[in-house]
Design a protein around this ligand. Structure first.
Ligand SMILES: Nc1ncnc2c1ncn2[C@@H]1O[C@H](COP(=O)(O)OP(=O)(O)OP(=O)(O)O)[C@@H](O)[C@H]1O
Ligand SMILES: [Mg+2]
Length: 233
């Protein structure tokens, strides 16, 4: 029986070009993509193929030149920059290759940052930070500064910050690109847990075929289009 799954993310006819030295260089000329709710997708592709551009469009950081982008019930292509930023703060978490933690803040203060945009009391913020610290296996480390943590621990803080607002969608750009195999696998196990147990929809860009195996499916981006990888059952 085939289920009729309504895509959580729907990109249709998307065009995007960058102006480089007076010339418009097309990155996407009619890109379509549908990601159902609860999916975990790995995006691979050569350097410069547009993986980060895709994530930035999904995040509402980059606008589309043409086409539509719907996530849930929201049409991001119809929103201005401020509305997209507000939407992003409520609906998605972003995990970066180099963690993007603020060095002068402790682990707990870094994780708390997205909550400062919300009407929450100090106590409520504290409870949420403790909960996600526990979830990523860093209970008791709240007062530690990023510089004193390993790469894997810093990325756990990065993931905790991405999920502290309880978004439905996680966008990860090379989340294990700076980690050794063991730490990478721990982070990937955590992403798999967030997908399977907490129902987060995840789009993860990676160069690492082993990392891609943690996802439910892999899309290869090349020459402005996607090719889905066939997996042995
Ligand atoms: N802000 C920008 N201005 C001009 N050109 C850009 C901009 N951002 C990206 N590009 C160009 O768009 C193309 C796609 O870039 P993008 O960063 O999305 O690639 P990528 O697949 O993420 O590459 P990598 O694997 O190296 O991270 C590249 O040719 C890049 O030079
Ligand atoms: Mg990139």
């Amino acid at each position: 029986m085939t289920e009729n799954i309504v895509p959580y993310i729907a990109l249709a006819g998307v065009r995007k070009a960058y102006r480089i030295g007076g010339e418009m260089i097309p990155i996407f000329s009619g890109l379509d993509l549908a990601i159902p709710d609860g999916d975990f997708v790995a995006v691979m592709g050569p350097s410069g193929s547009g993986k980060s551009t895709l994530l930035n469009m999904l995040a509402g950081i980059d606008s589309l030149d043409a086409g539509t982008l719907r996530i849930g019930n929201s049409c991001l292509d119809q929103m201005g920059e401020a509305a997209r930023a507000a939407w992003r703060a409520h609906n998605m978490g972003i995990v970066f290759q180099f963690y993007n933690l603020l060095p002068m803040l402790t682990a707990a203060e870094n994780i708390e940052l997205p909550l400062l945009l919300k009407p929450l009391s100090r106590k409520e913020r504290y409870i949420r930070v403790e909960k996600v610290l526990d979830l990523v296996g860093l209970a008791g480390r709240e007062r530690q500064y990023p510089a004193l943590m390993s790469g894997g621990q810093q990325q756990r803080v990065g993931i905790a910050r991405a999920i502290v607002s309880d978004p439905g969608l996680l966008l990860c750009d090379e989340p294990t690109g700076d980690l050794d195999r063991k730490s990478a696998d721990e982070i990937l196990d955590m992403l798999r847990f967030l997908n399977r147990e907490l129902g987060k929809t995840i789009v993860m860009v990676t160069h690492d075929p082993q990392a891609a195996l943690y996802a439910c499916r892999t899309l290869h981006l090349d020459k402005g289009d996607f090719v889905e990888e066939k997996r042995a059952a």
